[in-house]
Ligand binder design. Structure first.
Ligand code: NAD
Ligand code: IPM
Ligand code: MN
Length: 353
């Protein structure tokens, strides 16, 4: 038997806790069914832990995690009791930045046409991936206040774009297209306005595209991309964009799949410890109420397994989610009658059958 996969599980806050419990159930069910071993260790990092101890991300986490785990599975971070979101910045953004997880990989797939809010759109029309830059851009928290709390106050936020950062995410998008039989890559920026930062994206994109003659490389301004994703999502295969635009566009892309409850993501540094989390947040108003849709978290677990080489187990989880959607074993956000635990239970049962 192969050695166990070692997963650090960080449920986090709000519905992160609810949906992660179901993702863990699916993982255990698929491992049991295939006779493979998983070692799951839970970490209580999040708002409660921070409010009790003052600790956000423990000091040794950045060495302890890569030394002991193959991947991190995270629920969500965000709690109204921590209005400045300090713990989320340290834990979620801290892990993204300090583990250098530069690829935010967000697949966009429609599991059943009844989930899509658009008219006359079928499963085959919504099937693309977004490569969101994940370590720089507007997320670096550089900036400041000047003359704070006066009528002349000034606030700045730096949009940091490095050649290395831009080039590596664009290269990943092309590499993905090449290895996954995709023929088109579109880059979205606002180089019409951001004449320095996104002019860099333009130049690097053209340079990398020229090295991939078999792949059709095109460009859309990010605002137009938002329009086109709604007008005709079938035109997209691989999208690459900056950190902030990727954040916003993948919430829109989640809506095409049935909502935030259906969307999965991976924060990846190829060849190194990576972190997987649903696209949605902690939805505090639903926390602990057994209403959150666990499918995004369960599909995230599948994405993690696929990344770690358990392709067959990943495929089985996806098949079980598809079955649950087709048979209305779903939560109310996508029109079903069940609670979080009942959906997770139905999927786990299907995986064990
Ligand atoms: P959110 O994703 O928590 O919720 C947005 C909307 O989607 C709400 O209407 C919510 O009810 C719905 N929704 C989200 N997930 C759902 C699910 N699984 N099932 C059913 N409905 C679901 O975003 P928000 O309200 O903007 O943010 C709430 C908190 O979460 C904030 O603190 C924010 O910073 C944080 N957040 C964290 C992450 C993360 O940890 N990756 C991502 C986004 C937001
Ligand atoms: C996401 C979230 C995060 C982001 C927040 C919670 C920092 O919205 O993962 O999409 O903006 O990246
Ligand atoms: Mn987001």
């Amino acid at each position: 038997m192969s050695s166990a996969l070692r997963i650090a599980v960080v449920p986090g806050d709000g519905i992160g806790v609810d949906v992660t419990a179901e993702a863990v159930r699916a993982l255990q069910a698929v491992a049991d069914a295939s006779g493979r071993r998983l070692h799951l260790q839970h970490f209580e990092w999040g708002a409660d832990h921070y409010l009790k101890t003052g600790i956000t991300l423990p000091g040794d986490a950045l060495t302890m995690l890569p030394d002991n785990f193959d991947a991190i599975l995270l629920g969500a971070m965000g709690d109204p009791r921590v209005p400045d979101n300090r713990h989320a910045a340290d834990i979620l953004l801290g892990l993204r930045f300090r583990l250098d997880l530069y690829v935010n990989y967000r697949p966009v797939r429609l599991f059943h046409e009844k989930l899509c809010p658009l008219k006359n759109v079928t499963q085959k029309d919504v099937d693309f991936v977004v490569f969101r830059e994940n370590t720089e851009g507007l997320y670096v928290m550089m900036g400041g206040h000047f003359k704070k709390d006066t009528p002349d106050e000034v606030a700045t936020e730096v949009d940091l774009n490095t050649r290395k950062g831009v080039e590596r995410i664009i290269r990943q998008a092309f590499a993905h297209a090449r290895t996954h039989g995709r023929t088109k890559v579109v880059m979205a920026d606002k180089s019409n306005v951001l004449i320095h930062a996104h002019e860099l994206w333009q130049r690097v994109f053209k340079q990398v595209a020229a090295e991939h003659p078999g792949i059709e490389a095109s460009h859309l301004f990010a605002d137009n991309l938002a329009l086109q994703m709604v007008r005709d999502p079938s035109q997209f295969q691989v999208v690459v964009t900056s950190n902030m635009f990727g954040d916003i566009l993948t919430d829109l892309a989640a809506a095409l799949q049935g909502g935030l409850g259906m969307a999965a993501s991976g924060n990846i540094h190829p060849g190194r410890l990576s972190l997987f989390e649903p696209v949605h947040g902690s939805a505090p108003k639903f926390a602990g109420k057994n209403v959150a849709n666990p499918m995004g978290a369960i599909l995230t677990a599948a994405l993690m397994l696929e990344h770690l080489g358990w392709a067959e187990e990943a495929r089985r989880i996806e098949e079980a989610v598809r079955w649950a959607v087709e048979n209305d074993r779903t939560t109310s956000d996508i029109g079903g009658p069940l609670g979080t635990r009942e959906v997770g239970g139905a999927i786990a049962q299907r995986l064990q059958a």
